[in-house]
Design a protein around this ligand. Structure first.
Ligand SMILES: Nc1ncnc2c1ncn2[C@@H]1O[C@H](COP(=O)(O)OP(=O)(O)OP(=O)(O)O)[C@@H](O)[C@H]1O
Ligand SMILES: [Mg+2]
Length: 435
């Protein structure tokens, strides 16, 4: 039920009520000032939920944001649970109050969670928490919903009031702007880091050109300089492509061109492309498994596989092995009729559990192996974004000194001709030009 149909319990204007409201608005103003004083997204989200609970006399509060790439609604912060356990809970747009609020752009109320079908009970089970009632309002920037703020379980089980709705709405409006600013700031951080990365090859090129301008120089030295210039130009080209790919994926402008293809065949094709590089380090690459049909963006999956395979070469020992396996089941689960699984297993340096937390971060490279191979530290963040845009997951298992297995899932095609089904994030445009 939309909030406007609610039954305000305290619309009587008494002096006491008036003073309470005034205090509440003063507090709201103070909170809004605090929101504007940080650009750190995590801190900001926590301030928002604390304020949401406090201002509406709720026991708990949560914030959910829409992923700009996948369109998924996901818990980002809640007052009753720590971050990592929560991230695993996507909330469906249909069949949940938050989803209803996000799609309609209006506040929504559930007075009794047990009897309201829009209440999405899976969250409670995961959090071992009981929701009795909740109020949810959209977070909007330029009329576009970017997320939802929820206040959960009104204290003493009184009803939500119209004033709760308007206070939470005012908070959510300000919160939306603050979240957007924090995101823009993160992007500008990315730009700064990117420019920094570009300086190294540019400096090398600049030094080389000024050397070449010297009149007396042996042919040998001249050739050496030209070779350096070639290597640095290649590096610049690769880096700019990666920057563009990531910027497109993060802004949600990348489009998926879904088609049905044989994943095993693609894996063989990728293995052939990197075999020469592997042979230089005496590394053996094998592909095994079933000839399964995937329904995905072939070019982008090729990009993912190539990054995983080149990583498996770069961070492997001399004479090591790489096995790329295709299977149907998902890890840790029973046979999954909807997904296939691709594993890239290497016998390399391995990754410590501490570093495992960061390998998908932009520009992250493990210090102890960074000088062993060239790279920018963007390949895995791009790969994960691509797989997530397919509504699937990319993760790893690793044992230091033994090796690493990266694995990802993909939608399994039902077989037969190309189907009309759209992948999340795919749209009318078919080509991205990325990758
Ligand atoms: N198979 C692996 N074994 C061990 N370490 C790995 C493996 N794959 C990745 N890493 C570590 O994770 C880091 C990030 O990998 P990622 O592919 O994102 O970047 P990169 O390979 O350094 O550069 P590029 O942007 O060119 O891909 C690597 O620098 C390396 O330290
Ligand atoms: Mg890489």
């Amino acid at each position: 039920m939309p909030a406007s149909e609610s039954h305000p319990a305290d619309d009587k204007i008494t002096v006491e009520n008036y003073q309470r409201l005034l205090a509440r608005y003063e507090r709201l103003m103070e909170v809004i000032r605090q929101l504007n004083s940080t650009l750190d997204l995590g801190t900001l989200l926590n301030r928002i939920i604390d304020a949401a609970a406090e201002l509406t006399d709720a026991e708990e509060a949560s914030i959910l944001l829409l992923d700009p790439v996948t369109g998924e609604l996901r818990f980002e912060a809640t007052t009753n649970m720590s971050g990592s356990a929560m991230e695993a809970i996507p909330v469906p747009l249909e069949g949940s109050l938050a989803g209803w609020v996000a799609t309609h752009g209006q506040p929504g109320l559930v007075e009794d969670a047990r009897s309201d079908e829009r209440w999405y009970g899976k969250v409670d089970k995961t959090m071992q928490f009981i929701t009795r009632n909740l109020l949810a309002v959209p977070m909007k920037v330029h009329n576009q919903v970017i997320g939802v703020v929820e206040a959960i379980n009104k204290r003493e089980d009184t009803r939500w009031t119209d004033d709760d709705v308007s206070t939470l709405t005012a908070l959510a409006d300000q919160a939306a702007i603050a979240v957007q600013n924090a995101r823009l700031f993160q992007q500008s951080d990315f730009v700064a880091e990117m420019v920094h990365e570009l300086r190294t090859p540019l400096a090398a090129l600049k030094a080389s050109t000024s050397l070449l301008l010297r009149p007396s120089m042996s042919d040998e030295l001249r050739q050496e300089i030209v070779r350096t210039m070639h290597v640095e130009t290649e590096r610049l080209t690769r880096m700019t492509t990666e920057f563009l790919d990531l910027a497109r994926l993060e802004s949600g402008r990348a489009r998926l061109d879904a088609q049905i293809f044989d994943i095993r065949q693609l894996a063989e094709e990728c293995a052939d492309l990197v075999r020469q590089q592997a042979q230089e380090r005496d590394i053996d690459i094998r592909v095994s498994g079933d000839a399964l049909k995937a329904e995905a963006d072939r070019e982008k999956i090729k990009q993912v596989l190539l990054n995983l395979l080149t990583n498996a070469i770069k961070y492997n020992r001399e004479g090591g092995t790489i096995l790329c396996e295709i299977a149907q089941a998902a890890p840790g689960r029973r046979r999954d009729p909807e997904h296939l699984l691709v594993r890239v297993r290497d016998s390399g340096y391995g990754i410590s559990s501490e570093d495992q937390q960061h390998v998908f971060d932009k520009f992250f490279r493990i210090a102890s192996t960074a000088d062993k191979a060239v790279g920018t530290g963007l390949g895995l963040s791009i790969a994960r974004r691509i797989i997530e845009a397919h509504g699937c997951m990319l993760d790893l298992e690793s044992e230091p000194g033994v090796g690493t297995t990266f694995y990802f899932t993909l939608p399994l095609a039902a077989g037969g001709p190309r189907r009309e089904k759209r992948l999340p994030g795919s749209a009318e445009l078919s080509s991205s030009g990325a990758g």
